[in-house]
Design a protein around this ligand. Structure first.
Ligand code: HEC
Length: 140
């Protein structure tokens, strides 16, 4: 021990702190993998409802931007989540779902900026991202 270098002692200290952090914050457990619970269909019903909200608000002279932002973030989160509803090998699906997330976030940004033109444009782009996926994956 007497010959332990400063670096060695430092490494032991860091390792000890990491072990403490692990046991303290997570109980040493690994975060579980994401597993979908809902069906795509159920989430799409929400997408449909919130898209109506977006279009209604955007058509108003004074849109409720807070409501628009909330709806846009839920749609974006649905895009996020549905990426996991197909196997990772289905790259086309998660790209389209990622596109939904991205365009939902752009609607949110336009709402945060309270910019009616940017909002209409972003909602148009969002609608295109819905259609792009439906053209390929929606079979009804
Ligand atoms: C990543 C692909 C994807 C994206 C993006 C997507 N959808 Fe869908 N959507 C689907 C699929 C697949 C179905 C059919 C699901 C089923 O019925 O099992 C569907 C079905 C629907 C339905 C029909 C649900 C019902 O009651 O039968 C609505 C409404 C809907 N989507 C709205 C939207 C809206 C609005 C957006 C964009 C804001 C959107 N979707 C974006 C894949 C997508």
């Amino acid at each position: 021990m007497r010959h332990l270098s400063g670096l060695g002692a430092g490494l032991i200290l860091v390792a000890g702190m990491a072990a403490l952090a692990l046991s303290g914050e997570t109980g040493g457990e690994a975060r579980p993998p994401f597993e979908p619970v809902s069906k795509v269909h159920d989430l799409m019903e929400i997408n449909g409802d919130f898209s109506v909200t977006l279009r209604k608000e955007a058509a108003k002279e004074n849109p409720d931007y807070k409501k628009v932002g909330e709806a846009a973030r839920v749609i974006a989160e649905i895009g996020n989540v549905v990426q996991y509803h197909q196997p990772a090998s289905e790259a086309q699906w998660w790209r389209l779902a990622g596109g939904l997330k991205q365009s939902g976030m752009e609607v949110d940004a336009a709402a945060a900026a309270q910019d009616p033109n940017a909002l209409r444009q972003a909602i148009g782009k969002l609608g295109a991202s819905c259609k792009a996926c439906h053209d390929i994956y929606r079979k009804d």
